[in-house]
Design a protein around this ligand. Structure first.
Ligand code: MLT
Ligand code: ZN
Length: 476
């Protein structure tokens, strides 16, 4: 909460306004657009959105806010799924927007690294890497809006995790503003550096609760020269995993994405997203999108795909398949996958479960969780999709057609707990890539209680003793 003495807060705001100027300090109606999360689960209010343009100014903002007892919510592109970046409804939190720290400081194609500020969108960073002849191998559906700081703070996963790991696997160095306004410059670009605790990994995935990431050194990889994208209707999730296994046995390093979609999700995309079409003759209950890529030339990836898909079609594990023959077709196929979230949002209220289980357990998970949810709310629409190659399924549930959206959302804990029971029985996690945010801290004692939560609370206490950064996020 802000200091009880309102004159302190008014004094703080006046000082910040003078320091940041009209572009860097927004208040009143200008804060709209920063106060609601992407899913529209949280409608917040804030006295000001602070938009410093560089690390030194941001550090001064944090220092002044700490001195005045103000709470800060760091915010990037605000595309998160668990409400971490939206301010509280009681107006007690100031938004710290990273959007003006938007410079690419350096790209080194020899070292295969880029140094990029927190407010650069993931797409802009990818484009810059590409222009330098490299690939920044992180890809998420919201990459046009999501910013590097948020992507790292949430340890985003996405479509290429199966090959390159999560965001944390791509970070060599970080610059972070601490809760007392100190700047930690850890922008090293070393591949090996064993010098004490690995601090950068503490801030990655901390969702802004331990410090504010202002810049990062990211690993790049060679740009692919050969890419093949296939879209397949499969008989079942188990059949999809068989195909995955065959590809892994032949060329694991070529599998850049292995994504699952259900017939229910595909129907919503085709219904709610313009300019989409199923590239197969007949709709199915299950689909996979396979992307193979390699920097090698003439690597024969298309032959590989055909060698794996042809026998699977004979055995009726794969019911139908198309391999893209042009960049336009590849994009059209990816659009079917990437618009799943938007299609669900347009359809109505949905409860998201971003869960992971061992890859081999995905078919069991899908069957058991679907049955449990249908028993809980007859008519509930089960719309699972996601990163099958990582065992990460977005087990999303859409309101029954004839149910009121608000009444459905009021049951979100009940629904999430039902799904999580299945996840737990399969040794999975309740949050694979979206994080904990404001939506899921209540799950932490049950899932991460005991020594694990105790360590997390001690770290929080050590780095943010006033509890001024992203309060109520991650930790219960
Ligand atoms: C995606 O993979 O498209 C998003 O992480 C998923 C979601 O909206 O649940
Ligand atoms: Zn995802």
């Amino acid at each position: 909460m802000l200091n009880s003495d309102p004159t302190d807060i008014n004094g703080l705001l006046a000082r910040l306004q003078t320091m940041l100027g009209p572009t860097g300090f927004l208040s009143g109606a200008d804060t709209a657009g920063y106060t609601e999360d992407w899913r529209r689960l949280y409608q917040g209010v804030t006295k000001a959105v602070l938009r410093p343009a560089n690390t030194a100014d941001l550090a001064e903002v944090v220092r002044l806010c700490a001195a005045a007892g103000a709470k800060l919510i760091p915010q990037g592109g605000n595309t998160g799924m668990v409400g971490a970046a939206a301010p509280a409804a009681d107006g007690s939190e100031l938004v710290l927007s990273l959007g003006r720290l938007n410079h690419i400081r350096d790209i080194d194609a020899a070292d295969m690294t880029m140094t990029v500020e927190a407010g650069v969108t993931l797409k802009a960073a990818q484009d810059a890497a590409e222009a330098a002849g490299c690939l920044l191998p992180l890809s998420i559906s919201s990459e046009g809006t999501a910013q590097i700081g948020g992507v790292l703070s949430t340890n985003a996963g996405g479509n290429n995790t199966v090959r390159y790991g999560n965001a944390r696997d791509l970070v060599l160095g970080l610059e972070v503003v601490l809760a007392d306004g100190q700047v930690w410059n850890g922008l090293r670009r070393l591949r090996k550096d064993n010098t004490g605790y690995c601090l950068r990994q503490l801030f990655v995935g901390a969702e802004g609760t331990l410090g504010v990431i202002t810049a990062a050194v990211l690993k790049l990889v060679p740009r692919p020269r050969e890419i093949e994208v296939a879209f397949c209707a499969v008989a079942s999730p188990a059949a999809a995993l068989e195909v995955f296994g065959h590809l892994q046995a032949r060329d694991p390093a070529a599998i850049q994405a292995f994504e699952y979609m259900s017939g229910a999700g595909m129907a919503l995309v085709l219904k709610n997203i313009p300019d989409t079409a199923l590239p197969l003759a007949i709709p199915a209950a299950h689909y996979v999108l396979i992307e193979l890529a390699t920097p090698r030339q003439n690597a024969g990836l298309r032959d590989l795909l055909e060698e794996v898909l042809a026998p699977a079609m004979e055995e009726e594990k794969v019911l139908d398949a198309v391999i893209a023959t042009s960049e336009a077709q590849r994009r059209a196929i990816w659009k079917l996958r990437e618009e799943h979230s938007e299609a669900q949002k347009r359809e109505g209220a949905s409860v998201k479960n971003d869960v992971s289980v061992p890859v081999s357990a995905v078919p069991t998970f899908l069957a058991q969780a679907s049955a449990a949810c249908t028993a809980l709310i007859p008519g509930i629409r089960v719309v699972p999709f996601g990163h099958l190659g990582d065992g990460n399924i977005h087990f999303n549930l859409e309101q029954p057609i004839d149910m009121d959206g608000a009444a459905f959302l009021a049951r979100d804990h009940e629904i999430m707990d039902t799904v999580n029971e299945v996840v737990r029985s399969l040794d999975g996690s309740f949050s694979a890539e979206h994080g904990v945010g404001r939506l899921k801290p209540y799950m932490m004692p049950q899932w991460r209680g005991g020594a694990e939560l105790d360590i997390m609370q001690r770290i929080k206490q050590a780095l943010d003793p006033l509890g001024m950064l992203s309060p109520g996020r991650v930790l219960p």
